[in-house]
Design a protein around this ligand. Sequence first.
Ligand SMILES: Nc1nc2c(ncn2[C@@H]2O[C@H](COP(=O)(O)OP(=O)(O)OP(=O)(O)O)[C@@H](O)[C@H]2O)c(=O)[nH]1
Ligand SMILES: [Mg+2]
Ligand SMILES: [Zn+2]
Length: 373
Amino acid sequence: MNTRVTDTPSHPLTALGWNSSVAAAFDSVSHASEHLLVPGRVSAARRGGSVVNLPEEVPADHSPAVLKAARRDPTLAPCTGDWVAVRRSGDAWLVEAVLERSGTLVRQGIAKDSHDQVLAAGVDHVLICEAADQGPNMGRLERFLSLVRTGGATPVVAVTKAELAGDRLPEVVELVRSVSPGVDLHVVSAHTGEGLPELAERLRPGSTWVLLGTSGAGKSSLVNAIAGGDLMDTGEVRGDKRGRHTTTHRQLLLLPGGAIVLDIPGVRRIDVPGDTEGVDRTFSDVTDLAERCRFRDCAHESEPGCAVRAAVDEGELDLRRLERWNRLRREAERNRSRGDVRLRAERIRHWKNADRPGLRVLRTRRPAWRCRR
Ligand SMILES: Nc1nc2c(ncn2[C@@H]2O[C@H](COP(=O)(O)OP(=O)(O)OP(=O)(O)O)[C@@H](O)[C@H]2O)c(=O)[nH]1
Ligand SMILES: [Mg+2]
Ligand SMILES: [Zn+2]
């Protein structure tokens, strides 16, 4: 986090987002430890060490216990936004434990043996940025919304670069609204200042926000415009409207208004995690209709009394939205079973590698049993 953290007048940990649930998580870790621990928040995580705010910024190594846990499961390594318990060890600081997380943004590991990646932790709100001049891409928005909900944070949508849409702006906003029922929507321009005061008003002191969107969506420009300075580098988009991945690392920043923001590198595509509930909450308009189907297990295909199909026939529900709901649900189910397979494989690996003298005895005896047969 930049040095401005120490300039804040109120309680230093409150300025970093400290609240009663973080305090309770810290208490349970600190009571169980033989060391004198202090709480801090990770503003930037690296392999083997982190920058931790106590609230002044210090570099801290990860303790052997933290490293061991992260080797077994990389999602357990400290990540940006995590609350941690640290202790002094000689001249250095050591991260002894990662406190129980709330509000995470997790990138699902797609390959069979790849792990999930925690992009951010301790997140209250995710501002999903969609550039007004590029679509909008409804499927991507639904995907981002599902992902945010699964992680337990509240999604808010920003249609960025509003002035570039010209006459199309109302249509773009309507389309975005149609895929984000119940979600706060801000129409903003970092260049003209449109919508910035309203958005800044939402960024309450001590709340943690992550900006999520494709490269070039204008996330860093938005942070700078709200901060009234150049906190983040920004980059021109290319001829094909794609961004240049200007932001390459993740670091918490404190806005002058007191909110904590994390502007992450642009994300083009991200899988929904193995959680159909996050998907269903994103498609609440469709699930509300499904409640009224005659059969509880209606597949919304050709069943009689299907309220979802009736809404499609009457033009109240876009068939493409129904198809995208089905597709995302299937993806979530697939990812859940993939996750289960991975978890099982990891458990077996862990069990095989564990140092268990009893197992060694068993192994040495086995040939003798075979001889007897
Ligand atoms: N016209 C206009 N251009 C904007 C606006 N906001 C951002 N841009 C431009 O869009 C380009 C990309 O902006 P960035 O803020 O770097 O985008 P980003 O989302 O942070 O991109 P990555 O860091 O690559 O993920 C830059 O050239 C900005 O000047 C806006 O409101 N209006
Ligand atoms: Mg950026
Ligand atoms: Zn139905």
